[in-house]
Design a protein around this ligand. Structure first.
Ligand SMILES: Cc1cc2nc3c(=O)[nH]c(=O)nc-3n(C[C@H](O)[C@H](O)[C@H](O)COP(=O)(O)OP(=O)(O)OC[C@H]3O[C@@H](n4cnc5c(N)ncnc54)[C@H](O)[C@@H]3O)c2cc1C
Length: 412
């Protein structure tokens, strides 16, 4: 690590501390107005904070036990896109509610026939005067049922090359013609939806950016991500980490068993490599450099590690782990629950167990699908980091499902 965190008497730190002493339990709106939700954004939403200042704010909020509004898609995706490509009216209308968490957003990108190959999407947006008429369906829309708006990409020009005929819209979830069907996932949580558009009419003012520029906008995200300090949790940076599990195991399990020791040693090593990787990315960011291959490799390793943490937790409990509500016993600190909102367990049936491990075990396979599957992430590393050629059939313009049907020479 080639940087030092500012000391306790750093003036910037003292300013944040003073604000927190005046606002010991700030609302989302108060945090937003102070610029502490998205400090790296420009004013009036953020403070144009340097990475070091972001770190100080993160540290001070964590120290005071203050959490930011939980609006991951609004703050991580919709907001940065509107900030970059939205009109002044769109910024004024949407950004305050996004940052304060008063309006939750969802992402309407994936379709039943377009996931990894997202540009193959078929949902149509046809121009009709001052409106677009939307028809089609989106799937795996996380949190759609809690959301006021969705970011929607749809095909405005079916004759253009597939990446160029797509436009980007803001779609209210209460608009006429839009219906949502719940999808219950295998944790038993209701976290996803399938969304149907039946002649949904959106005013032209709901389009972000130029018509046909939706694909480029859909990719506007990573460069806007906040410096992540607290991403040690094993479920996409949330939930309990390997360290939490190791603490519980030390308290309650016979650690002389060589197999248990081997599993724990593997988790420890993975967690340590990930921690050092995070510091390298941070160090590069603080030095004003763009992190390179580290961030792509980090995403794959963190997802696999999350699965290993949850598998180890289940295997330590043994066969009983197959029962709903089983998991390692012992107290978990509050931060191990941050961001885990969908734990559906019947406390009347399971008053004593901590549902987080059972939920985490059942959720963890999703880590290697959401946000780009393992295979797709490896393709990105192969092509964009290692400079290897694309798969031969994909080079010929075939889709992935076509290549699997004809057989792919690179895999045989
Ligand atoms: C927890 C979770 C939350 C999600 N939330 C949202 C959301 O809010 N909004 C949203 O729009 N979507 C969401 N998704 C959907 C997610 O983006 C897609 O599931 C993902 O992009 C994969 O698409 P798919 O499911 O259609 O699988 P497919 O793309 O059909 O993939 C099927 C299999 O083929 C493999 N494959 C595909 N292409 C290639 C290739 N070129 N090379 C090698 N292998 C390949 C994949 O790795 C996978 O194993 C979410 C998914 C999860 C798991």
């Amino acid at each position: 690590m080639d940087f030092d965190l500012p000391a306790d008497d750093d003036p910037y730190r003292l300013t944040v501390r003073q604000w927190l002493s005046q606002h010991p339990a700030p609302s989302g709106r108060e945090l937003a107005e102070a610029g502490y939700v998205v400090p790296h954004w420009p004013e009036p939403y953020g403070l144009e904070a340097s990475p070091m200042h972001q770190l100080i704010i993160d540290e001070e909020l964590a120290r005071a036990g203050v959490t930011r509004p939980n609006n991951a898609i609004g703050i991580g995706w919709a907001g940065p896109t509107i900030l970059t490509a939205g009109s002044e009216d769109q910024k004024n209308r949407y950004l305050p509610g996004i940052v304060s968490g008063e309006e939750i957003w969802c992402q309407m990108f994936s379709e039943p026939e377009a996931g990894s190959d997202l540009a193959a999407l078929a949902t149509r947006a046809e121009r009709d005067g001052d409106e677009y008429v939307i028809n089609g369906s989106k799937v795996w829309t996380s949190g759609g049922h809690h959301s006021a708006f969705g970011i929607l990409i749809a095909r405005t020009d079916p004759d253009a090359p597939k990446h160029r005929g797509i436009s980007y819209f803001v779609c209210p979830t209460n608009v006429a013609g839009l219906t949502m069907q719940p999808i219950i996932d295998m944790t038993t949580a209701y976290s996803f939806n399938q969304v149907f558009f039946d002649n949904v009419r959106l005013p032209v003012e709901n389009r972000i950016g130029r018509e046909g520029d939706g694909w480029r906008l859909a990719k506007t995200t990573l460069s806007n991500e906040r410096v992540q300090l607290s991403s040690a949790g094993s479920l996409w940076g949330s939930g309990p980490s390997a360290e939490h599990l190791l603490d519980l195991v030390r308290q309650s399990v016979d650690t002389s068993d060589p197999l248990v020791r081997q599993q724990l040693a593997r988790l420890y090593c993975e967690a340590e490599v990930l921690r050092l990787g995070r510091l390298r990315v941070l160090s590069a960011t603080l030095a004003g450099k763009t992190p390179g291959a580290e961030s792509s490799v980090q995403k794959i390793m963190a997802d696999e590690h999350g699965q290993h943490v949850m598998e180890t937790a289940a295997s330590i409990v043994g066969a009983q782990a197959m029962l709903t509500g089983a998991g390692p016993t012992g107290e978990l600190p509050a931060e191990a629950r941050t961001g885990v909102t969908e734990v559906n367990i019947d406390r009347r049936l399971f008053p004593d167990v901590d549902p987080i491990w059972h939920y985490g075990f059942l959720f963890s396979p999703a880590l290697s699908i959401g946000g780009g599957t393992f295979a797709v992430q490896r393709n990105i590393i192969a092509e964009q980091v290692l400079g290897l050629p694309r798969e031969p059939n994909l080079q010929k313009g075939m889709t992935w499902s076509e290549t699997t049907r004809v057989g792919n020479p690179s895999r045989s």
